[in-house]
Ligand binder design. Structure first.
Ligand SMILES: NC(=O)c1ccc[n+]([C@@H]2O[C@H](COP(=O)([O-])OP(=O)(O)OC[C@H]3O[C@@H](n4cnc5c(N)ncnc54)[C@H](O)[C@@H]3O)[C@@H](O)[C@H]2O)c1
Length: 351
């Protein structure tokens, strides 16, 4: 088992390994005394791993009630959030109990937000089951649900008390969902680690999954520990995300987060070079890595559509928007762009 320690407002470990789901209850017991557990999952993941995790928790002495949401981005909704809170209240869940998120980023973000607000904060554990959730969403404490105006517009910074990533769960992922997580992996190489980027150019992610997840978690840990509340450096993790979120929004969430981020990184890389924010055009480097991992690099929306959809982005202040752009290979920088220049940036990035 690989263990990465995170020292943020809470100290916790990210445990990366294989084949330990049926003993995860004992591992949780090392950090949380026996209590009631609300196990939250979705209707794809629960039938695959729910009973295993539930039995493991029960065998370790916990009592468990489960709440299963439909799979998909629509589940990060106010309605589900409210229903889960009511479910917890009806089941007399107390502040000393525990939430466990079993699933991808959707389940993790939703559960984390419930945990951050129910009774003003209850401990929660992440058991991520997608590549994206293992390398990104389960670590660092960003939790959220979506509003009609845009993704993740209602949320909280709230760290889990532990993360348990069992790579065996990735075997049941569809090829496309696996690949979508690779977009965030490639992001880490582009923003902060030239050597890791070179590793991704030369190696297959699937064949090196434990090392790859560990390296991504370490990079994210280092960023989050310096800037947990995203005052500065943490914004680097949003490389490709401003335009990516606009793509998700324009597609009515039919384009997945990972695919949208892949396209967003290409537009940000090309656009930055074309408008003079980057000295070199690094799209030559990122495009082949994305293509090798079967990720899309273009979309059918116009620059105008993407620009309008970007305006509700959280990284926008009154008249500027923060964009993450490559400075050199394996190093990105945060640049502020006047909002009125964003459309031109996107247009140049799409050519
Ligand atoms: N909090 C953060 O820091 C952060 C970072 C990045 C992304 N996100 C969020 O994460 C979400 C995307 O996460 P995701 O890509 O994991 O999507 P997801 O949670 O929707 O999972 C993708 C699909 O895979 C299925 N699935 C999950 N695990 C499976 C398994 N082991 N076997 C078979 N099927 C499985 C799910 O049911 C779903 O249909 C977005 O909402 C995004 O905003 C959050």
């Amino acid at each position: 088992m690989e263990i990465v320690k995170v020292s943020a407002s809470k100290e916790y470990t990210v445990n990366i390994g294989k084949g330990f789901l049926d003993t995860v209850g004992d591992k949780i017991k090392e950090i949380k005394r026996v209590c009631r557990v609300v196990l939250i999952s979705d209707d794809n993941v629960f039938p695959l791993y729910g009973e295993k995790v539930k039995n493991s928790l029960i065998n370790s002495g916990y009592s468990v009630c489960e709440y299963v949401v439909p799979h998909g981005e629509e589940s990060k909704s106010f309605e589900n959030y409210e229903n889960i809170l009511e479910f917890c209240a009806e089941n007399s869940i107390t502040r000393t109990d525990l939430f466990v998120a079993l699933g991808g980023g959707v389940v993790g973000d939703l559960t984390g937000f419930v945990a951050s607000t129910y009774l003003r904060g209850v401990d929660f554990v992440q058991i991520p089951t997608t590549v994206l959730a293992m390398v990104d969403s389960s670590v660092g404490g960003k939790t959220a649900i979506n509003l009609k105006a845009g993704k993740n517009l209602c949320g909280a910074f709230y760290q889990p008390i532990a993360v348990f990533a069992d790579c065996d769960t990735l075997k049941t992922l569809s090829e496309s969902t696996f690949n979508e997580g690779c977009a965030e992996i490639i992001k880490y190489g582009m923003i902060l680690d030239k050597d890791f980027l070179a590793f991704l150019q030369e190696n297959e992610i699937k064949e090196n999954i434990e090392y790859t997840i560990k390296r991504c978690v370490e990079i994210k840990r280092d960023v989050v520990c310096h800037d947990e509340f995203e005052k500065g450096e943490r914004k680097l993790l949003n490389f490709g995300h401003t335009i990516g979120h606009a793509i998700e929004k324009c597609s009515n969430l039919t384009i997945s987060h990972g695919n949208a981020v892949a396209i967003g990184m290409v537009i940000a890389t090309k656009g930055a070079y074309e408008v003079g924010m980057s000295e070199e055009d690094f799209s030559d480097v990122i495009l082949p890595i994305l293509e090798k991992n079967n990720l899309p690099t273009t979309c059918d929306f116009s620059a105008d559509e993407l620009y309008k959809a970007s305006l509700s982005d959280k990284k926008r202040s009154f008249d500027t928007i923060s964009l993450i752009v490559p400075e050199e290979l394996g190093l990105c920088k945060i640049m502020k762009l006047p909002v009125e220049d964003l459309q031109n940036f996107i247009e140049k990035g799409m050519n």
